[in-house]
Design a protein around this ligand. Structure first.
Ligand code: IMP
Ligand code: ZN
Length: 349
């Protein structure tokens, strides 16, 4: 008899998460813990309690209110080694507890000069935490790092991100991302940096056509000319670009709850473009984007997809396996994941 497709089932399914921003994945509880610890040591006394600043249950952050949440609050709270370490460990533990077996976490290298932290220090701190996590045999999840260029960055800052990725490639960095407020910047200034990264063998994932403003022909043609390996969101794309994505066999990372809560799509879950892409020939990956903000873990994203698109057991299995071909960590991890899914297959037959 087939298992009922409920929350418990989807938590138990081995899942692959490919689009998760580190700072956006910190739970409100973890932020609250950091705030309490700082209060106890009279640090950042003027910062509001996260449970007040980001009320529990509030998920209706849109493109205008979402980005300031980081620059005016979360980055101010997570502003030293202790809070970065605590929050990263908490994020890893949350993904592991939700049944993730492979995680590509992404983060924007952040310097905190007042604490003597450089962008390189920040990256090294995160990599050390991922290493500790991966070396613990009790953990079934393996985690790798993608570092992000923010659309606000200068061309020189983007080159610095590529330099860091190349320097720490053997320590767990698997690719480069382009993220940030889609209303900001001209992506053409990053062409050299991303093409250099690609030529050096780094994988590329790009936030693509998130809003109409960031979906002009010029922008999308520029992004595709970098030969990305995966694209995130892929919302405002006309047929010409859908065809190009299929032709180049670029994987798509789709974030249901984020797009619905942030009103990035018209309508609700059943109107999501997952409904179109799932019938395409490219690898499709359900992703959380910012589970700390939108509060829907990956197991719930699978449940929502199953409910709103009437997925059968066979289609769910296909959806689970689809990301394997587009992971950035390479053949060894692909083999490990295939083994995990073979062992699990019996449960979903
Ligand atoms: P961080 O890179 O670990 O600091 O994670 C937070 C950052 O990720 C934010 O400041 C944004 O730049 C970026 N980010 C998170 N979600 C999105 C998204 O949906 N679109 C574009 N950028 C995003
Ligand atoms: Zn994102």
């Amino acid at each position: 008899m087939s298992a009922p497709l409920d929350a418990r089932f989807f938590k138990s399914v081995p899942k692959i998460e490919l689009h998760a921003h580190l700072t956006g994945s910190i739970s409100r509880e973890a932020l609250h813990h950091i705030w309490q610890t700082k209060q106890a040591h009279s640090l950042s006394p003027d910062l509001e309690d996260p449970l007040v600043a980001i009320p529990p249950g509030k998920v209706d952050y849109d493109i205008k209110t979402f980005f300031p949440l980081f620059s005016s609050y979360i980055y101010k709270l997570c502003s030293d080694s202790a809070s970065i370490e605590y929050s990263t460990k908490a994020v890893l533990a949350d993904f592991q507890a939700d049944g993730i077996v492979y995680l590509e976490l992404r983060t924007t290298p952040r310097a905190i000069p007042e604490r003597g932290i450089s962008k390189e220090d920040y990256v090294k701190t995160i990599l050390a935490l991922l290493k500790t996590h991966n070396e613990d045999q009790a953990n079934t999840m393996r985690a790798f790092l993608i570092i992000s260029v923010d659309r606000r960055n200068t061309a020189a800052e983007a080159e610095e991100v590529v330099d860091l990725a190349l320097k720490y490639r053997s320590k767990g960095i698997v690719g480069i991302d382009l993220c940030g407020n889609p209303a900001v910047g001209d992506v053409r200034i990053f062409t050299n940096a991303f093409k250099r990264a690609k030529a050096a063998g780094l994988k590329l994932t790009l936030h693509f056509a998130e809003t109409e403003a960031s979906a002009t022909d010029v922008e999308l043609e520029t992004l595709l000319s970098w030969q990305p390996d995966r694209l995130g969101h892929v919302i405002h794309v006309k047929q010409q670009f859908r065809d190009a994505i299929e032709k180049q066999q670029i994987g798509v990372e789709l974030c249901l709850s984020c797009n619905v809560h942030a009103k990035m799509i018209t309508g609700t879950y059943s109107d999501h473009h997952f409904g179109t892409w799932r019938h395409s020939s490219v690898p499709v990956t359900l992703s959380t984007d910012d589970v700390g903000v939108f509060c829907s873990p990956l197991s719930e994203e699978y449940l929502l997809a199953a409910q709103h698109f009437n997925l059968s057991h066979g289609e769910i299995k296909e959806l689970c396996l689809s990301p394997i071909s587009s992971i950035f960590a390479g053949a060894e991890e692909q083999v490990r994941l295939k083994d995990i899914y073979s062992a699990w297959e019996g449960q979903i037959a």
